[in-house]
Design a protein around this ligand. Structure first.
Ligand SMILES: *[C@@H]1O[C@H](CO)[C@@H](O)[C@H](O)[C@H]1NC(C)=O
Ligand SMILES: *[C@@H]1O[C@H](CO)[C@@H](O)[C@H](O)[C@H]1NC(C)=O
Ligand SMILES: *[C@@H]1O[C@H](CO)[C@@H](O)[C@H](O)[C@H]1NC(C)=O
Ligand SMILES: *[C@@H]1O[C@H](CO)[C@@H](O)[C@H](O)[C@H]1NC(C)=O
Ligand SMILES: *[C@@H]1O[C@H](CO)[C@@H](O)[C@H](O)[C@H]1NC(C)=O
Length: 801
């Protein structure tokens, strides 16, 4: 069944894909705390899982440095216990968090040997390594870049579109704007543009719906996702109906998120923690303490805890055995499932909470729900399933949806969403209706913190879609300094500090006749639910303008804004705007950047005073931004990260070049040895014993050299040595050719210029292997080269000329 649905989805897409003018690929990434999956859609690749280097359908999330070399996924996990300080795994919860956050503390307890430091002055996290430090976004960027390369390997090599630029990434529902932008930034560092961030539950729902049909009546389903780091329950409704305004009555599917509940820390890793504690206690009881301070032993024990937990999903007990775990002690014990389940009793209550929350938000009962689609690696834990059935589903096991590819549903759904949003291909019409759980708002305050007033920008319940809003704020006449504090839900995110408000207002009034004059804030939400403020300006409604425009009138206030004087854009001001512009462009979705900035460059001179028309003028107000908590990468840090990523890429490709030069040289040295030791007829005939011994010696020295210093040799010296060895073959080939042409002269005395032209053609040394094979075959067939060979060659040359 699982495969059937995957197949259906591919067929659906294959039929639906109609390449538009701009062709390109869309990559979907299900980026999890512990594992990552990716899928690709392009004109040449209908819908395929991106396989790892080892041809696996999923990989461990993260990477590790071994010297300058980067190892990804499973390879990183393998060396992590040996190189904990340069291994970066499971770092998703650190995105958009500060070093003091509980997430960082939890991370360090699970990853002994890792060091977290503040990233610059952004109060977000970077990993400290012995000789450098890496912001989390940069590490994620490297992972994305690695996946991008794997995906590009699946595209037809010759096509003009064998690059991937657009991605859709899954995110947990509780990610706030800073966390979301951290993913967008990571993508940007790796040269990718996020077309959509898709919440986990929605991604699974899209995949579920893409191969089914529904009616106009809403059908409710739960998507339960128990991942490594968190758990969520998303209550979704599906309905299908004629698209409004569609002439042909095209039917569209609507997926509505009716309610979401989640637990940010309940997941597989928490179960591992419990199992780890059991093992640690057992070890300490039998062998005493000391192990707590050895990060390598702890990491090995944690790995074993994870394995034991997985085995207990299918068995009633598990045998644990770790050789020389600590202080040369071999650790052996047995854990029963009961023992494990006793240790996680408190988590069983927590697993039901997200369902209750989601149902309450939607105002529905579990009886209204048709099925529960279970996804996530940790959903296989038997006791979780039991609690789900007995607790949440009130004993009705038939509601557990079995025929969903739990592992890949989210990545396939996210990719589908990315394709739909990027509009590169036509897909089945699926509308996703998701609303803001936490609204975006602002509060104007005096410098002493007293509140002037509050205003919603995008209130809770707003549709998540690309949207812009202009909000008028009222600042009292006598207020010269004020703070605008921006909130997501109840959490303050950043502040604008305004100074000299009245003076600035006076300047605007002196230059314009405003019937109304007030400050406005331009705010924007992206389809991925990131939030930006592009600035604050004076909005002046000009009643008696002293100028007219020779350009055609536009009634659209937002697009036709005039700036009547430029004094406002001082250098300190532009610094502030650049901070904002960088966060703004990071969404990758805004076409018009701050209109105030463009207005600055295009101020109009008064012309005539014929017919006065009402106009509006917009003048930026100076402000200083401060961040209340973690903030996203600035433009400068981002380009530093980009440059560093490219430098590491170069090291990687240099390393690959060295490896291949080494392999070529080694193979060639062996070939020479073989020719000489096995007395290859061609080489015997066209070289003397001294030459053969000399080259054999060279080949053997080369092999020793490679064996001793191979790792450190540079491509140039390797290639130099290779051409030295090749001289042997060149020598033989030249003599062979010489012999052939003298033979040919004997058979066909020179009569025409054309033939003469042929005989003096230089030997193409690059093409020796091809021509020598022909010769070798000819030589072995008869004692002397056949006439055929000689006679045919001129024709071939004529063709080429
Ligand atoms: C943060 O650091 C950068 C450069 O290190 C500096 O330009 C910027 O002013 C600093 N910002 C704050 C708020 O300290
Ligand atoms: C855009 O946001 C504004 C302000 O919150 C809201 O009134 C409007 O309905 C939104 N538009 C869409 C298409 O969601
Ligand atoms: C500007 O003023 C005119 C009349 O004076 C009024 O009709 C219009 O709504 C005002 N525009 C704004 C955006 O306030
Ligand atoms: C404002 O309006 C008055 C007439 O009401 C006019 O004399 C004056 O020039 C106007 N000022 C500007 C700057 O347009
Ligand atoms: C090698 O030789 C063959 C035939 O002799 C020719 O067709 C081919 O184009 C040559 N290739 C190169 C790279 O010169």
């Amino acid at each position: 069944m699982i495969h059937l649905h995957r197949l259906l989805l591919s067929i659906l897409l294959t039929l639906a894909i109609v390449p538009s003018a701009v062709l390109g690929a869309v990559l979907g990434i299900d980026f999890g705390q512990s594992t990552t999956k990716a899928a690709l859609v392009s004109p040449g690749v209908p819908f395929e899982i991106v396989l790892t280097q080892d041809s696996k359908r999923k990989d461990v999330s993260g990477l590790a440095f071994k010297g300058d070399e980067r190892l990804y996924g499973g390879n990183a996990a393998t060396i992590a216990p040996r190189l904990p300080a340069t291994s970066f795994l499971n770092f998703k919860p650190l995105l958009g968090k500060s070093v003091d956050a509980p997430e960082s503390e939890l991370y360090l307890s699970r990853h002994p040997g890792s060091t977290l430091i503040p990233a610059g002055n952004r109060s977000t996290v970077a990993f400290q390594t012995p000789d450098s430090s890496f912001p989390v976004e940069e590490l994620l960027g490297m992972s994305f870049s690695h996946i991008k390369k794997l995906a590009e390997g699946m595209l037809p090599r010759d096509s003009a579109t064998n690059h991937v630029y657009e991605i859709a990434v899954t995110i947990p529902p509780y990610f706030n704007s800073v966390q979301r932008k951290a993913i967008v930034d990571a993508a940007e560092i790796s040269g990718l543009k996020v077309v959509s961030l898709v919440t986990d539950g929605v991604a699974t729902a899209i995949n579920y719906a893409s191969s089914r049909t529904f009616t106009a009546e809403k059908q409710y389903h739960f998507v339960m996702d128990i991942g490594a780091g968190s758990t969520s329950a998303t209550l979704i409704s599906f309905s299908e109906g004629k698209t409004a305004g569609s002439l042909f009555g095209k039917s569209a599917l609507t997926i509505t998120v009716e309610g979401i509940g989640y637990d940010e820390t309940l997941g597989g890793d928490l179960l591992d923690d419990r199992m780890f504690q059991i093992l640690l206690t057992k070890f300490a009881n039998s062998h005493g303490s000391g192990i707590e301070s050895n990060s390598r032993s702890l990491l090995r024990l944690r790995k074993e805890a994870e394995r034991a937990k997985t085995i207990l999903s299918a068995n009633t007990d598990v045998r644990v055995s770790i050789e020389s775990l600590y202080d040369d002690i071999d650790f052996r014990t047995v854990i029963t499932r009961t023992e494990f389940e006793d240790s996680i009793q408190d988590l069983l209550v927590r697993i039901q909470k997200p369902f209750e929350t989601a149902l309450a938000k939607a105002g529905l009962d579990i009886l209204d729900v048709s099925s529960v689609i279970i996804t996530g690696g940790s959903s296989r834990v038997p006791i979780f399933q039991q609690v789900l059935i007995n607790g949440v589903l009130k004993g009705d096991a038939s509601k557990v949806s079995k025929n969903v590819n739990a592992d890949e549903a989210a990545v396939l759904g996210a990719t589908f969403r990315g394709v739909a949003v990027s509009k590169q291909f036509r897909t089945k019409d699926i509308n996703v209706i998701e609303t803001l759980e936490d609204g975006f708002s602002l509060t104007a305050k005096n410098l002493d913190g007293s509140v002037i007033g509050s205003q919603d920008l995008f209130p809770a319940g707003s549709l998540i879609a690309r949207n812009k809003t202009q909000i008028r704020i009222d600042i009292p006449e006598d207020t010269d300094n004020a703070i605008l504090e921006f909130y997501e839900g109840s959490a303050s995110t950043f502040q604008f500090q305004l100074h000299g408000i009245q003076k600035s207002k006076g300047t605007v009034l002196a230059a314009n006749n405003c019937s109304q004059l007030y400050p406005i804030v331009d705010a924007e939400m992206s389809v991925s639910r990131t939030f930006d403020v592009s600035g604050i300006s004076w909005f002046c409604n000009v009643t008696i303008p002293a100028l007219t425009e020779d350009e055609p009138e536009s009634e659209d206030l937002k697009h036709k804004l005039f700036n009547f004087f430029n004094k406002g854009s001082s250098s300190s001001d532009s610094e502030d705007t650049s901070t904002l512009t960088s966060t703004e462009t990071s969404t990758g979705e805004n076409s018009e950047t701050s209109s105030s900035a463009s207005a600055t460059t295009s101020s109009k001179k008064p012309k005539s005073t014929s017919t006065p028309k009402p106009r509006t003028a917009k003048q930026p107000i100076k402000y200083k931004v401060t961040y209340s908590g973690p903030r996203n990468l600035g433009r400068a840090t981002k380009s530093t990260s980009q440059a560093r990523l490219r430098a590491f890429d170069r090291l990687d490709s240099d390393r690959l070049a060295r490896e291949s030069a080494r392999n070529n040289l080694e193979a060639y040295a062996y070939r020479i040895r073989e020719w000489i030791e096995y007395e290859n007829i061609r080489f015997m005939e066209h070289s003397n014993e001294d030459e053969r011994q000399s080259f054999l010696q060279k080949a053997l020295t080369t092999l020793d050299w490679l064996y001793e210093e191979g790792e450190s040799l540079l491509s140039e010296s390797l290639n130099e040595r290779l051409s030295e060895l090749k001289q042997f073959e060149e020598l033989v080939t030249a003599r062979e050719k010489e012999k052939l042409s003298s033979l040919q002269e004997l058979l066909h005395p020179k009569t025409s210029i054309e033939e003469e032209a042929f005989t003096i053609l230089p030997i193409d040394t690059d093409n020796l292997s091809a021509s020598t094979t022909v010769m070798e075959e000819a030589a072995s067939a008869t004692e002397t080269p056949t006439e055929e060979t000689i006679i045919n060659e001129p024709e071939a040359v004529h063709d080429e000329l």
